[in-house]
Structures are given as structure tokens and as C-alpha cells.
Design a protein around this ligand. Structure first.
Ligand SMILES: *Cc1c(COP(=O)(O)O)cnc(C)c1O
Length: 433
């Protein structure tokens, strides 16, 4: 019955790579009321600035940027040539947004995860009369603050990277932190978390099960706070701040964005929070001139199925006999976010799915051509310009791709240990032959 109504579901259930274009996409002046607006992004940016002195003090890697957590935008011409040689011709210029280099967490989760924990810590400290917004937040690094936070617990369910970001910042602030990990979480991520002082609880099931267990145990504790990746406005707002930063980077590099110079952004997608938050921010900044596409593994197309059927978080990939097994652990999510998905329904231009094999190949190509090391999940957006050339999106929207800027959002990689990364590279090398 589903398949009859939505023919593309047949291909999706066959695990074939697909390109889906969103017929619900709205122009920005035609948007319904959303559960957040531009002020939320600006307030979030202010919170980041209040905490900048604290971050610079506690995390020396952020000293250079005065405690601001941001990543570079890089033009990747050698990779662009490589993609044309290996796949197909593309028009426009290819850039990489290097969130793999984000300090502290080495992934896009540094944006949402650290933001939500800082937001919670600030609330607790203000309520306790320990601080006000005009004070210097360096005091968050003091023993007094650490022992104050030590009476509180933070819980999070994660496939890996969210746990790393929440675990590292929470432990640093003095919180007790428990990370509920799904079966596909990598061993090195668990080891690293334990070394930082987090408690790691392992589950044999998938991400949703880890989240349910964590949610239940954390909220039973009156001093517990659960970071809920399936339904968090704070994570979402934290991610959205990226748009303000990207605007500045584009200006600095003299990259135009307007009707004649469209901006395409390709975002690897798990539960849909990070790509959704970034998209929301970008739409606030660039309006209809930015075109955002999500990318999901063929085995974990949770947001695609939620949007295509209109069922949002009421359906999982397992309901459609899809196994949610992928090497892209950051994207191994069976059920989309309750908060983010209905917003994405209005804002995302489309979604394409990708096979694990391509992720590995692009991991090798990017390392060889640009010496940039990503984790498999993070390479997914690199195929975006090729997918655009194949789809009818440009024609439908009368867009000239010749002047287009394409940004593949590299969502993670810097914390992957050298040995683990070598294994990923070797696997990719074999697939290229
Ligand atoms: C979490 C993650 C994503 C996707 O973010 P969601 O909010 O789950 O959609 C993409 N890439 C990497 C490396 C991640 O860790």
C-alpha cells in the first residue's frame, strides 16, 4: 500500500541509492510558524561568547580562536578533479566545511552537544545564584563550580560522536555523565570517553534503544538531565549557529550567494538534528538562495522515509524492512528526530542516499588528493555536486550551476585514532581496485 502511494519506496526498500526531491519545500517568505526563529540563533551565539573565556581556559586548542569553536571552509580543487575523473562532470566549485577539525569533539556534535551542556550548566549556576550573564565565565573552571556541578547527572544516548561531545564537556565541568551507547558504537569512542571520566553503558540494540534506556534512567533522577537527540531544541539551536559563522567565511573568501550564484550544501544525516539545525540557520541567512540536501546511507534512510511518507518520527526504517546496518556509525539511525523532521519538511531541498562503499572510496580520494582525514559518515556530502548534475532539481528551479558554490559538510574525523583510520583507508583502497 505504501509502495503504491510512493513508488520511490520500492527503490529505497531495495537499498538502491536514490535522489528524492522535496515537493513540500517552501520559499522562505511562505513559511508557516516554526517552533524557533532568528532570535534563538542570535541568543545561542551570545551564549557561546559568554562561555568563550571558559573554553579558552579549559581547552587550550581553542585559545587561538579565543574560545570560539569553529572550523575552516576550504576550497578543494584537487578533490573536485578527482570526483570528476572517478564519477562524472560537475559544474560550480566544490568546498569542504571542515567540522572534522572542530576543537574538543572533532565532529559536528561539538556545535549542538557542547551548546546544550553549556546552556544547562548556565541555567543551574544562575538559579543557584552563582553567576549572572555579565560575569566573566572563566569561573566555571574553578573548583567551586566543579563541586557544585558534581551533584548533578547528565545522560545521553549515542552512536558515538554525540556521546563524545557531551561526555567530554560534561566531565570537564564537573558533572557525572553517563553515555548510553548503541551496538554500532566504535570501541575507540568508548575507550576515549572512559579515559575522560564518563560512564559508558553499552547496549546490544540500535540507537533508539540506547536512547530509550538512557532517557528512562536519567529522568528518574531528580538531579538528572537527559540530552535527547531524538527531540532536542537546544541541540538544534547549537547547530544552527554554524550559519552565522559560514556567512562570514563566505564573505571573507569573496564568495557571492544570490539568485545568480546559488549555494548548495550537502549534509550527512542521522537523526536529522545537525543537518536540520544547520539548514534552518542557513535559510535564515541566505533565504531561497541556499539549497540544502541531506545524505543518508542506503541502509539507514530514516529522515527520508519520515518525510516521504509524511509520518515523520512515527515510522522507522525497520518498519520498511531496512536493517539500519552501516559502517557510517554517525548516520546509523533508524528513526528520525521528532523536533527536527517537521521543520526540515519545509526547508530541505531533497535527500540522496549513498552506499557504504562510496563513503570508503571518497575517504581514500580525499586523503590522497587533499590530505584530509575524515570518518566514513563525514564523506557522504562529497557526492552532492555529481548528484545535482544527475537530478532535475537545477532545471526545475531554473538554476545555473555554472556559478554555483557547493559545500560538502565534513562532519567528523579528527578524533579517529591513527590505527583505526588506517584500517578505514585500506578498506577503501581495496574497493577502488
Ligand atoms: C551525528 C553525526 C551526523 C548526523 O547528525 P544527526 O543530528 O544525527 O542527523 C553526521 N555525521 C557525523 C560524523 C555525526 O557524528
Amino acid at each position: 500500500m505504501w509502495k503504491q502511494k510512493y513508488p520511490l519506496l520500492g527503490d529505497i526498500m531495495n537499498l538502491d541509492p536514490v535522489i528524492w526531491l522535496n515537493s513540500h519545500l517552501k520559499q522562505v517568505n511562505n513559511l508557516p510558524e516554526l517552533p524557533l526563529d532568528k532570535h534563538d540563533i542570535e541568543e545561542a551565539e551570545q551564549l557561546w561568547h559568554r562561555f568563550a573565556p571558559y573554553l579558552a581556559k579549559e581547552f587550550p586548542e581553542t585559545k587561538e580562536t579565543n574560545g570560539i569553536i569553529e572550523s575552516p571552509l576550504k576550497r578543494i580543487t584537487a578533490m573536485e578533479e578527482e570526483m570528476e575523473r572517478f564519477y562524472s562532470a560537475i559544474s560550480g566549485k566544490l568546498y569542504l566545511k571542515c567540522d572534522n577539525e572542530l576543537p574538543i569533539a572533532g565532529s559536528i556534535k561539538a556545535r549542538g552537544g557542547i551548546y546544550e551542556v553549556l546552556h544547562h550548566a548556565e541555567n543551574l549556576a544562575i538559579d543557584a545564584g552563582l553567576i549572572s550573564e555579565n560575569d566573566n565565565y572563566e569561573v566555571f573552571a574553578s573548583d567551586k563550580f566543579k563541586s557544585f556541578f558534581n551533584q548533578y547527572n547528565i545522560g545521553v544516548g549515542s552512536t558515538g560522536n554525540l556521546g563524545l561531545s557531551i561526555g567530554i564537556i560534561s566531565a570537564k565541568l564537573g558533572f557525572h555523565v553517563s553515555v548510553y551507547m548503541s551496538a554500532d558504537a566504535k570501541q575507540w569512542k568508548k575507550d576515549l570517553l572512559r579515559s575522560k571520566g564518563a560512564t559508558v553503558l553499552e547496549f546490544t540494540g540500535d540507537f533508539s534503544e540506547a536512547i530509550s534506556a538512557g532517557r528512562e534512567q536519567t529522568i528518574n533522577d531528580p538531579k538528572g538531565y537527559f540530552v535527547d537527540d531524538e527531540d532536542s531544541k537546544h541541540l538544534y539551536v547549537g547547530y544552527s549557529v554554524a550559519a552565522l559563522r559560514l556567512r562570514k567565511q563566505l564573505e571573507d573568501q569573496h564568495i557571492q550567494v544570490d539568485a545568480e550564484h546559488p549555494l548548495f550544501v550537502y549534509l550527512p544525516c542521522g537523526v536529522g538534528g545537525s543537518p536540520g539545525g544547520v539548514t534552518f540557520g542557513l535559510k535564515q541567512v541566505f533565504g531561497d538562495h541556499v539549497h540544502c540536501f541531506f545524505v543518508e546511507p542506503t541502509h539507514s534512510p530514516s529522515v527520508l522515509i519520515g518525510l516521504l511518507t509524511g509520518e515523520m518520527d512515527q515510522v522507522s526504517v525497520q518498519d520498511f524492512h531496512i536493517d539500519n546496518r552501516t559502517e557510517a556509525d554517525g548516520l546509523a539511525v533508524g528513526r528520525p528526530s521528532q523536533f527536527a523532521t517537521p521543520i526540515s519538511d519545509h526547508l530541505v531541498s531533497g535527500i540522496y542516499t549513498i552506499e557504504d562503499e562510496e563513503l570508503y572510496k571518497m575517504l581514500v580520494m580525499l586523503a590522497d588528493s587533499e590530505e584530509i582525514h575524515l570518518e566514513p559518515s563525514a564523506t557522504a556530502g562529497l557526492l552532492g555536486p555529481n548528484k545535482m548534475a544527475q537530478s532535475s532539481y537545477l532545471e526545475n528551479n531554473r538554476l545555473n550551476a555554472q556559478n554555483a558554490t557547493h559545500i560538502a559538510w565534513a562532519t567528523g574525523g579528527d578524533l579517529v585514532p591513527e590505527d583505526d583510520w588506517k584500517q578505514l583507508y585500506e578498506k577503501g583502497e581495496k574497493l577502488m581496485k
